[in-house]
Design a protein around this ligand. Structure first.
Ligand SMILES: N[C@@H](CCC(=O)N[C@@H](CS)C(=O)NCC(=O)O)C(=O)O
Length: 213
């Protein structure tokens, strides 16, 4: 049994897409992070954040770890280069790079944090943008020539930070990449599911009501 701890329209939405992409059975446990997750949820996720999964009693937290774990646990989906595969190193690198560099440098930029590269493990925004632009100009997918779970994580990440947060610049290479990776039934399914779930969240209901939606 796989339990997925999720909050719609959040970082865990990438894992919703990933589960749909893998095509595996799971049970969803909604965590209302906008109202504040209950204290006992800390036993699952120490910072009371989503996502988290419980797979037959094994708890995994952090998007990169969840992606690596599930890709390896369900190899039949063919979305995770296995140990020995030439793409494995880049696959792991990019999954971790997303959470350790891409995500925090954009948050730092959006929040106006001024710093020198050596003071923070995630380095500089401009270096990240240059790296992503270079990589995605050289290959169609983040880890090579084929779509992997790293593209689910980057697809969700680029979509949110470029189109919603407006923290990542709208470069043609990012737009082309996004068009490539989101043109998948699993992405559309997860988007529809998330919108339906968001409509049940009191914080979003209040926001919609305020906007007259
Ligand atoms: N490092 C975590 C970050 C997850 C994260 O930031 N989740 C946010 C949702 S966007 C959250 O649950 N926030 C609730 C809170 O901090 O109380 C991961 O990559 O899984």
């Amino acid at each position: 049994m796989l339990t997925f701890y999720h909050a719609p329209w959040s970082r865990s939405s990438a894992i919703l897409w990933l589960l749909e992409e893998l095509g595996i059975d799971y049970r969803m446990e909604l965590v209302d992070i906008r109202a504040g997750a209950p204290e006992e949820y800390r036993l699952i996720q120490p910072s009371k954040k989503v996502p988290a999964i419980d797979h037959d009693g094994t708890i995994v937290t952090e998007r990169a770890a969840i992606a690596i774990y599930l890709g390896d646990a369900f190899p039949e989906a063919g979305l995770a280069p296995a140990i020995g595969d030439a793409d494995r190193a880049e696959y792991l690198t990019m999954l971790v790079y997303h959470d350790a560099v891409f995500d925090p440098v954009i948050s730092a930029k959006v929040k106006g944090l001024s710093y020198i590269s050596n003071d923070y493990s995630f380095g500089l925004f401009d270096d990240m943008v240059a790296n992503m632009e270079r990589k995605l100009s050289q290959r169609p997918f983040v880890a090579g020539d084929r779509f992997t779970l790293a593209d689910v994580i980057f697809g969700a990440g680029i979509n949110f930070t470029m189109n919603i947060l407006k923290g990542l610049p709208e470069r043609p290479v990012f737009k082309d990449y996004l068009a490539r990776v989101t043109d998948r039934p699993s992405y559309k399914r997860s988007q529809d599911q998330d919108a339906a779930l968001a409509a049940q969240v009191p914080a979003f209901q209040a926001m919609f009501a305020q906007k007259g939606m």
